[in-house]
Design a protein around this ligand. Structure first.
Ligand SMILES: *Cc1c(COP(=O)(O)O)cnc(C)c1O
Length: 397
């Protein structure tokens, strides 16, 4: 198989899914898993999640249409910039919609006028001051998060009042997703406490509490699904009854990050006045498209050519793009890498293959490994895929 490519390990994926389901069963049996499309929307992955009973968790009109295309019967529609057409379609289909913005309340009003017989059930995304509850941990930091209706400044209570005033609209849920720098248990404690506070203050009759995603997965030294769910369940049970209120979780990373590897080959070794490079056919754009990670999980598999290897004081492993910062890691006092050696990056399934640009190299192939058998689940993109939908002088290329 020509490198670079991604490799999905089916057993690891299954194990993560089983752990999540077991934890939900133990701590909140009335639960729904909404798989976060944006984390990795490879069609094979979307189909896998659907087969395992997940709802689609989508945050744009394109993702909404992808969920329909992939045959999802249940959709959780989130996000700050929903499309009006798909929003109204979701209302008609009775999908779970978590309102994020004032204009969506306007759309709901229109919907109830045109569908006087319908009952539109919606959730409200809560914007609360996570940074105040967990200092240093919220992704928005001092600047705060920008999604949902603010609990502290009265935006949330205004939304509740507006919705209550629309005949045919029912507030059926609250959406608490927060992204954090730490994925700590404290984040989920804050989420559960805030949900309880809202319940106490508003006496809502909620069909669901959506606690969002953002969990660790596949790392034995980090919190497990059971830890997150134990913490949340203990708190939520003070205000909510699992028999009456469902828990929605929206995992992305924790499910799909661990089981995917990215396989690359050393193509060249180059010594310069200042450095010693091992050039590879992989790139940071495929495992860290935002170029923000400081280190990667990787292992090397030396080509077996039987030749002795010297030790190199410093080797800079770099990628195929023409950007100088496409340098993946530095090896110190290690055996010299050679053409043909493999470098395999581990746990790279989240925010990688769906976030990487079509820059210099097009999307790599994706393979699936199951019981040692490998099959292709996406062929490499080439010029044909790259030019699709383009026009030259009014004609399709
Ligand atoms: C991104 C996102 C998720 C998934 O987050 P992970 O960190 O990948 O688990 C879930 N819900 C919403 C609303 C999101 O925006």
């Amino acid at each position: 198989m020509k490198t670079p490519y991604y490799l999905i390990h089916k057993k690891m994926l299954d194990e993560g899914m089983e752990k999540l389901k077991a934890a939900l069963k133990e701590y909140w049996p009335n639960a729904v898993i909404g798989y976060s499309f944006k984390t990795n929307a490879l069609p094979w992955v979307l189909d896998y999640m659907k087969r395992h009973g997940c709802y689609a968790e989508v945050v744009s009109e394109d993702e909404y249409e992808l969920a329909e295309y992939m045959g999802y019967e249940r959709i959780v529609y989130n996000g700050p910039v929903k499309g009006k057409d798909s929003f109204l379609r979701a209302c008609r289909a009775g999908h779970i919609i978590n309102l994020d913005a004032e204009r969506e309340i306007g759309w709901l009003r229109e919907f109830t006028v045109s569908h006087p017989e319908a009952l539109a059930k919606v959730g409200i995304r809560v914007n609360f001051d996570l940074e105040a509850m967990c200092p240093g941990e919220a992704s928005g930091g001092e600047e705060g998060g920008r999604f949902g209706f603010s609990y502290e400044n009265g935006g949330f209570s205004k939304a509740v009042e507006e919705l209550r005033a629309i005949p045919g609209v029912e507030i059926s849920g609250i959406h608490m997703h927060c992204s954090s720098k730490t994925r700590s248990l404290g984040i989920y404690k804050a989420i559960a406490e805030t949900a309880c506070r809202i319940q106490k203050e508003w006496g809502l009759d909620l069909a669901y509490v959506d606690v969002g995603g953002g969990y660790f997965g596949g790392l034995s030294n980090k919190p497990q699904y059971a830890d997150y769910l134990r913490v949340m369940s203990e708190i939520l049970r003070e205000e909510f009854d699992p028999a009456h209120t469902a828990l929605i979780v929206e995992p992305g990373t924790s499910l799909i990050c661990p089981p995917i590897e990215y396989i690359t080959t050393v193509t060249d070794v180059k010594k310069t006045n200042r450095n010693h490079f091992a050039v590879t056919d992989g790139s940071r754009i495929h495992i860290d498209p935002l170029m923000t990670k400081k280190s990667y999980f990787y292992r090397t598999e030396p080509a077996e050519d039987g030749r002795e290897r010297n030790t190199a004081a410093k080797q800079v492993v770099s990628g195929f793009t023409c950007m100088e910062n496409d340098r993946l890691f530095v090896l110190t006092d290690s055996p010299e890498l050679r053409e043909g050696d493999r470098i395999i990056y581990e746990k790279v399934g989240a925010y990688t293959m769906c976030l990487s640009p079509l820059f210099i190299g097009y999307f790599p192939a994706v393979y699936l490994e199951e019981d040692g058998k490998v099959t292709c689940v996406r062929r490499k993109w080439g010029a044909g895929e790259y030019v699709q939908q383009s026009m030259i002088e009014g004609k399709k290329v």
